[in-house]
Design a protein around this ligand. Structure first.
Ligand SMILES: [Cu+2]
Length: 461
C-alpha cells in the first residue's frame, strides 16, 4: 500500500491517463538505473555532484552510492542480490548484499534531505530494509510484518523519508534477519549536518566501516547461516587483514572514524599511538562536555561509534579489535594447546605412519604466520600480513592507521611502510647477560613465610 501510494505521488505529474500495463512499464523506466560495484577496493570519496555540499566519507573497502535529484528529492536504487565478495585475495565467499558487494554501498545525505530509496529484491526470498537509527514515519521503518509487507522476490518497494538528524547510521534487512545478515546484507548511512553544528567538528578525513563476521568452513565458499557464536571470519566491511585497506592520513589531520557493529558479539576497537574521543553514537553527536579520552572503545552489537583524533604521531599504527581471536582467520584444524609440551622425537615417529603429520603450537603459535603450510582451496591464511620487519601474525579485524608528514590533502593512497628515524626502533641487547637477582632466594633453610599478624596503622613493612 505504501509502495502504491508513493508511486502515485511519484507519477503525479505524468501526462495522460494510461492503462495498467503501460503504467507498470513506465514505472520500470523511471527507476533510477542501479549502480553496481565490481571492486572490493576502497573507492575515492564521492564529491556530491548536486544537492547541498558536504564533506564526503571514505568507506573502507567500499563505496558511496550515487543518486539522482528528482524535484528536490534524492533518489537512490538499492538492489538486494547474491554477490561474490573477495574477502581477501584468492578467498571468495558467496554472500548476499546490495549492488554487487557486501556490505552494500554507503548512503550519504544531508540533514533535511528528502530521500527516496527504491529497493529491488533479486534474492531467492523476500526481504525488507530497516534504516537503523533514523527518525522516520513508522511505516518506513522496514520491519517485515510490523511496518510493511515483505518485498517479494522480483519486486521493488519505495522508502521515502526526510533525513531529520545528522549522524552515523546503518541499514540492514528486517526479514529473515538471521540468514540475511549472516549472509552479509548491511550497509552504512551517513547524514551530514546542514550547517556548522556545535557538536560536529569539521574533519580532514572521515572514514567509515562496519564490523561483520561469517562462519565459512575452510575450503568452502558459503557461510553457515545457523551459527550463533562460532564465527571464524572476522571482518571490517567483509574483508580480513591483510586485505583490509589501511587508513592513510596526513600528519596533524583531524580524523573521524565511524564504526558500526552487525556481528553477534562486541568488539573493543583499539588504536595505537593516539588518544581519541567518542564524538557520536547511534543517538547522534555527543555533547563535548560528555567526552573523555580513550585508546579502546567497545562497540556492542547493533551500536555505532564515531571516534575523533588529531593524527599527530607519524608512523604505522595498528588499529584492531582487541579480542585476540578476532585478529585471526579461520583455522583448518582443531588445535590443542601444546605450549610447554616437549614432543622432540615424536613427530618423526608419527610421520612414519602418518606422512602429513604436523605438530603445531609447541612454542606458541607464531610459526603459523610464516609456515608454508598447504591450505585448503579458498581459505585465508590464519595469521599473516608481511611488514617491513617480517610477518605481523595477524588476520581478521586488523588494519593500519598510517600517519605521514608528506601525505597530500585528499590523497588516500597507501604511502608504504613507515621510514623510522634512526635510533627509534626497538633493538636487540647484545651485551653479556647479567646474573639473575632473585627478590627472595629460595633456600631449604628458609622456612615458608608465616602469616603476618595485622599491624597497627602506619607500620612500615
Ligand atoms: Cu572483535
Amino acid at each position: 500500500m505504501q509502495a502504491s501510494s508513493s508511486r502515485r505521488r511519484f507519477f503525479a505529474g505524468a501526462a495522460g491517463a494510461v492503462a495498467g500495463l503501460a503504467v507498470a512499464r513506465s514505472a520500470l523506466a523511471t527507476l533510477p538505473e542501479p549502480v553496481l560495484q565490481s571492486s572490493a577496493q576502497t573507492a575515492p570519496p564521492l564529491t556530491p555532484p548536486n544537492g547541498r555540499p558536504y564533506n564526503p566519507v571514505v568507506t573502507l573497502n567500499g563505496w558511496t552510492l550515487p543518486w539522482r535529484m528528482n524535484n528536490g528529492v534524492k533518489e537512490f536504487h538499492l538492489v538486494a542480490e547474491p554477490v561474490v565478495r573477495e574477502v581477501s585475495p584468492g578467498f571468495h565467499v558467496n554472500m548476499w548484499g546490495y549492488n554487487g558487494q557486501s556490505p552494500g554501498p554507503t548512503i550519504e545525505v544531508v540533514e533535511g534531505d528528502k530521500v527516496r530509496i527504491f529497493v529491488t529484491n533479486r534474492l531467492p526470498e523476500h526481504t525488507s530494509i530497516h534504516w537503523h537509527g533514523q527518525r522516520l514515519p513508522n511505516g518506513m521503518d522496514g520491519v517485515t510484518g510490523l511496518n510493511q509487507p515483505p518485498i517479494p522476490v522480483g519486486k521493488t518497494f519505495v522508502y521515502e523519508f526526510e533525513a531529520r538528524r545528522p549522524g552515523t547510521f546503518m541499514y540492514h534487512p528486517h526479514a529473515d534477519e538471521m540468514v540475511q545478515m549472516a549472509m552479509g546484507m548491511m550497509g552504512f548511512w551517513v547524514t551530514h549536518p546542514r550547517a556548522k553544528h556545535p557538536h560536529i567538528s569539521e574533519v580532514d578525513r572521515d572514514f567509515c566501516f562496519l564490523l561483520n563476521a561469517f562462519d565459512v568452513e575452510p575450503g568452502s565458499k558459503t557461510p553457515r547461516i545457523n551459527t550463533m557464536l562460532d564465527f571464524n571470519i572476522w571482518c571490517f566491511n567483509s574483508r580480513v587483514f591483510p586485505a583490509i585497506d589501511t587508513l592513510n592520513v596526513r600528519l596533524n589531520d583531524r580524523v573521524r572514524i565511524r564504526v558500526g557493529n552487525l556481528t553477534m558479539t562486541n568488539h573493543p576497537i583499539h588504536l595505537h599511538g593516539h588518544e581519541f574521543q567518542v564524538t557520536g553514537t547511534d543517538g547522534g553527536p555527543t555533547p563535548p562536555g560528555t567526552r573523555w579520552y580513550e585508546v579502546t572503545t567497545d562497540i556492542a552489537v547493533g551500536q555505532m561509534r564515531q571516534i575523533e583524533l588529531i593524527a599527530d604521531e607519524e608512523g604505522d599504527w595498528a588499529m584492531h579489535c582487541h579480542k585476540s581471536h578476532h585478529t585471526m582467520n579461520a583455522m583448518g584444524h582443531d588445535v590443542p594447546t601444546m605450549i610447554g609440551v616437549d614432543h622432540r622425537g615424536l613427530v618423526g615417529k608419527i610421520q612414519k605412519v602418518v606422512p602429513d603429520y604436523m605438530l603445531m603450537g609447541e612454542r606458541g603459535m607464531a610459526d603459523m604466520g610464516e609456515m608454508e603450510m598447504p591450505l585448503p582451496d579458498n581459505t585465508a591464511p590464519m595469521m599473516t600480513g608481511q611488514g617491513q620487519y617480517g610477518s605481523l601474525e595477524m588476520g581478521g579485524m586488523f588494519t593500519v592507521f598510517k600517519v605521514r608528514r608528506d601525505q597530500k590533502p585528499g590523497d588516500y593512497s597507501d604511502p608504504g611502510p613507515f621510514r623510522h628515524p634512526p635510533g627509534t626502533v626497538a633493538y636487540e641487547w647484545t651485551g653479556a647477560p647479567p646474573s639473575a637477582v632473585r627478590a627472595s632466594p629460595p633456600s631449604p633453610e628458609t622456612p615458608p613465610a608465616r602469616a603476618v599478624k595485622p599491624q597497627g596503622k602506619g607500620h612500615a613493612h
